[in-house]
Each structure stands twice: as structure tokens, then as C-alpha cells.
Design a protein around this ligand. Structure first.
Ligand code: SAM
Length: 215
């Protein structure tokens, strides 16, 4: 019988997600249902449910499951949300977002990663995801404003175009800090004001682009 990793997935959610304080049942259920092992390369499949980020290709990573859960919980997603994601990567976070919202626009600067994520997500039946290859620090004006924006690479500061493309009462989550360590920032837009809150420390690969790191 093919191992569908259900036991590993349940253990991951119990020991890494619920035990560390994630309470949002919709996030917990999404992580129980989405087959993370399909988003990692064959070489790392035995570690698909381990408590760590894993290498993908081109020096990039699939984020640690707990970090995916924290960021998703902070986003407070609702079924009618239009979401912008910067950094498609493997597409695992995209799958979680797409299962909890109306539609997801996801931008990745590396074409091969975007194409691979698209293949995986299409094979799982997702029809509410739109893929863009390019510099996500510029956002995606064509479909703005977005109810939620999530940046999954470490930024020196929150890119201005992303703040401009956030809807009123919208929420943006991004890891912000130095190149080697960041803190999650949650921004809530209220009229013409932005309210900033800081959450947990984290380490992400750099957000490269016009409003990110330069190389
Ligand atoms: N959330 C992803 C997952 O679940 O696999 C992990 C994302 S990985 C930590 C960060 C991704 O951001 C990388 O794939 C990287 O190529 C991408 N990235 C970095 N700078 C970017 C930019 N300016 N625009 C779009 N993607 C960018």
C-alpha cells in the first residue's frame, strides 16, 4: 500500500502545531488534510512532516510547518478573502491559503518553482489559485486591493506597494528584519492608518527585488 503519511501528518499537527499553541481549527484542519509530502522533493520525503524547513531547488526552502501555521493563523482568513502571496516556493503555504479563502494570487520570482508548484496544486484539484512569475515586492496591481497579503521571504521592511495594495481592514503578514533573522510583523489597515504588531522571531530566505534585498 502507498504510504499517504496520514499518521506522520497527524503527529505533526499534534506535536508541532497544537502543542505550540495554534488554536484556529480551520488552520489545524487544513494542515491535517493537505499532503505536505507532495510538496517536497523525493530526496527529503522522509522529512516531509519533520519540525524544520527543507531545501527545495535554486537555494530556496519550504517553510517549517509551525511557521506556516503561525502566519496563517495571524492572517485571520475568511472564506470570502482575496489573498496575495509573495513567494510561492513549493506551493504548500499556497494550498493552505487556497483552502481557507476565495482566491489566491501567488507570485514567485523563480519560474521553475512557480511551474512545479502549479503542477502539484493542479493535481490536487485547486482551481482558485492564480500564478504570477515576477518581482512580488511590486505586488500585483491588476487585482488589488487584497483582503490579505502574506510575504513568505524575509524583507528589510514591508514593501510599500504591498501596503498600498492592501484593502481597508485588510491584514498583511511579513517577516521583517536583517538578512539572517527577522520578526513576523502583522499590519492591519484602518482607513489611511496602518497598525503594526510584532509576533514571533523567524529566519526566512531573503525577499529579493526592487522593494526587498537587492541581490
Ligand atoms: N511558502 C513557501 C512554501 O510553502 O514552500 C516557501 C517560500 S520560500 C521560504 C520563499 C520564496 O520566496 C522562495 O521561493 C523565493 O524564490 C521567493 N521570493 C524571494 N523574493 C521574491 C520576490 N521578490 N518575489 C517573488 N518571490 C520571491
Amino acid at each position: 500500500m502507498i504510504n499517504d503519511f496520514e499518521i506522520e501528518r497527524r503527529e505533526m499537527v499534534k506535536n508541532q502545531i497544537i502543542a505550540r499553541g495554534i488554536k484556529d481549527n480551520s488552520v489545524i484542519n487544513a494542515m491535517l488534510n493537505i499532503p505536505r509530502h507532495l510538496f517536497v522533493s523525493d530526496k527529503f520525503i522522509v522529512n516531509a512532516y519533520s519540525d524544520m524547513a527543507l531545501p527545495t531547488t535554486d537555494g530556496q526552502t519550504i517553510s517549517q510547518p509551525y511557521m506556516v501555521a503561525v502566519m496563517t493563523e495571524l492572517l485571520e482568513l475568511k472564506k470570502d478573502c482575496k489573498v496575495l502571496e509573495i513567494g510561492t516556493g513549493s506551493g504548500y503555504q499556497t494550498a493552505i491559503l487556497a483552502s481557507l479563502s476565495k482566491e489566491v494570487f501567488t507570485i514567485e520570482r523563480i519560474k521553475t518553482l512557480s511551474e512545479k508548484a502549479q503542477t502539484t496544486l493542479s493535481s490536487l484539484g485547486y482551481k482558485n489559485i492564480y500564478y504570477i512569475v515576477g518581482d512580488g515586492t511590486l505586488g500585483h496591481k491588476e487585482n488589488a486591493p487584497y483582503d490579505r497579503i502574506i510575504v513568505t521571504a524575509g524583507a528589510p521592511e514591508v514593501p510599500l506597494p504591498l501596503k498600498e495594495q492592501l484593502a481597508d481592514k485588510g491584514i498583511l503578514i511579513a517577516p521583517v528584519g536583517s538578512r539572517y533573522s527577522q520578526q513576523l510583523i502583522k499590519i492591519i489597515k484602518q482607513g489611511d492608518k496602518f497598525i503594526d504588531k510584532y509576533s514571533t522571531g523567524c529566519v526566512f530566505v531573503p525577499l529579493l527585488g526592487e522593494y526587498g534585498w537587492k541581490d
